[in-house]
Design a protein around this ligand. Structure first.
Ligand code: G1P
Length: 302
């Protein structure tokens, strides 16, 4: 098996986030915090753990808060230095390690995920790269780190692109890219075909694509000249379908927990889970939830 390094991670962060209005009118949805860390930072940490050294953010006019977040903040640093607050200074420094570089590309038209990736193509070259959709939050360090590593190992064997998959409810297939799978082993499938957001009852399977991809140059080529698909957008799913003729496509089934933080319920669940393990608040929060639960079970106990 050849040694493969995946040095680049792409973060498509230009979406409008309309499901979270009014919160996302002036604040990018990727900057919504889970306890005290914005969603996009969780995704960045995951990519850096998997070895990414170049982070490419495909952003838009209203997303400056993201580039500000990964930049220095001299005023804040100065104020913390004056106060001698080493702990908070270290926290700011740890947002991105010094060896990691960030690049920002503007997606000037909201033409979808495939279009966002195509915007990054001029700096991607021919090497494989990860794509992380920050609103899919993968719970737990080992789980999420292991997923990108697993995808890299599959790519090392197959030389083709690799998708992260999850078994989704029948009623939810219309929210995902869906694959037609052929089993390779317990967790790995070869993908014969894909469809973007099929109607219930028309899906090839219940295996949905979640927001982690390892893509190759064949996919970038397939994006060239691609016509808009579902929803009038340039769909990554369509480029992946096209690329199958040139490179085998595989998927790995993620067995950890994922929170769809693009939905209100997924976001709330993530806040609860992360609150319950957060060093500073977990005990107080657990007590509060315990109380709340007792009240929900027996409202008279208030
Ligand atoms: C995108 C993709 C879809 C994939 C999903 C994962 O859809 O088009 O194939 O299943 O991400 O989160 P979106 O959620 O941007 O509508």
């Amino acid at each position: 098996m050849s040694e493969v390094r995946v040095r680049t991670a792409v973060f498509p962060v230009a979406g409008l986030g309309t499901r979270f209005l009014p919160a996302t009118k002036a604040t990018p949805k990727e900057m919504l915090p889970i306890v005290d860390k914005p969603l996009v930072q969780y995704a960045v940490e995951e990519a850096v753990r998997a070895g990414a050294e170049l982070l490419v953010f495909v952003t838009s006019r209203t997303k400056n808060a993201i580039s500000d977040h990964f930049d220095r903040s001299y005023e804040l640093e100065r104020a913390l230095e004056d106060r001698g607050d080493r702990e908070k200074l270290a926290l700011l420094e740890s947002i991105v390690p010094e060896s990691v570089h960030c690049v920002y590309i503007r997606q000037s038209h909201p033409l979808g995920l495939g279009h966002a990736i195509a915007c990054a193509a001029p700096i991607l070259g021919k090497d494989p790269f990860y794509v992380l959709l920050a609103d899919d939050l993968l719970y737990g360090e080992e789980e999420s780190g292991a997923l990108l590593e697993t995808m890299k190992a599959i790519h090392a064997r197959t030389a083709g692109p690799v998708l992260a998959l999850e078994s989704v409810e029948e009623s939810e297939v219309s929210r995902y890219g869906i694959v037609d799978p052929e089993a390779v082993d317990d967790r790995t499938v070869r993908v014969r075909r894909l469809q973007e957001k099929p109607r219930m009852g028309e899906a090839y399977s219940r295996l949905g694509v979640i927001g982690r991809y390892l893509l190759t140059f064949e996919v970038l080529e397939a994006l060239q000249g691609l016509e808009p698909g579902v929803g009038g957008e340039i769909q990554l799913t369509d480029a992946l379908s096209r690329a199958i003729a040139r490179a085998p496509l595989h998927g790995t089934v993620f067995d950890g927990r994922r929170f769809d933080c693009g939905s209100k319920i997924g976001y709330l669940q993530a806040c609860v889970e992360y609150g319950l393990t957060h060093d500073e608040v977990r005990e107080e929060f657990r007590d509060y939830l315990g109380e709340k639960l007792r009240f929900l079970v027996d409202p008279k106990r208030r």
